[in-house]
Design a protein around this ligand. Sequence first.
Ligand code: FES
Length: 299
Amino acid sequence: MDDPRGDMERHESPPSLWPVGAIGAALVAVCGFLWARDVVRGGRATTVATAPPLEEGRAPGAPPIPADKGEAAMPEPAPGERFPRNVFLENATLGLGAIIGGVVTLPVIGFAVMPAFLKQHSHEVDLGPISNFQEGQYVVATFLREPSQGEVSRRTAFIRNNGLLHGKPSFTCISNRCAHLGCPVQPGGPTFDDKSKTVKTPSGQVSLIPSLPAAGFICPCHGGTYDQEGNRIAGPPVRGLDRFEFWIRNGNLILGNTYSVAQVTGTGANAEIKRYTLTGPGQHVDGIESWLYPLQPPH
Ligand code: FES
């Protein structure tokens, strides 16, 4: 199996908030420990003095004793002496701190850990013989990515045969999902329906329509515009169009998973692609903005 995927430099995902989660978890653990310790001990050793009866010695009917006269209502507390209310307030403060720490931290930890359990499924779609893809021409390929799921898994890719790269077939395989809000992007030029083909492959029926996207790719929703390599050139999208992994098997073009792209330099077989883990529409994959939106929903 030829595999032309290896010539693309892989970049890691944008930074995440996991350090915040770790610090928060440590705070929760410390506060929880202190709170539990005090609860188990039943509060600190407490000595409560019994106050003498109020105005002891005053005869019935006699005028009240002035505040600055007579015995103190209760003895002066000894140094270090503590009272039930102090202990209660201390425990309540620690408990409240632990609860607040948990409320702040748990969502962060959840988002940091969840992606490990929500890995992108591996997809593989056979688009049929590479001879169906004329060199230098874009083809709009439509297929079911997961036939068992039916029409909801229908996807469209813009495929261009770039000829040979180091003796191996090279293709540009661009997703039509807009990088703004996910609308289906259209070719910025004519499509030739009269030359369309429907190919039966091991992955099901694949529709292939030749196209001439001279103006690149255009999103009808908010006017996002991309060049022929999928780079954003105008409008609200925050990055280039996603791409499909691809490889050749038994002379057929196979599409794999999608990945996100920050920027493509060069064209066709000589394109250099900055590749990132698949990221949702509207999210930056590089630059300072990627720090502002580090949490990724599942895709
Ligand atoms: S969804 Fe494409 S420009 Fe808004």
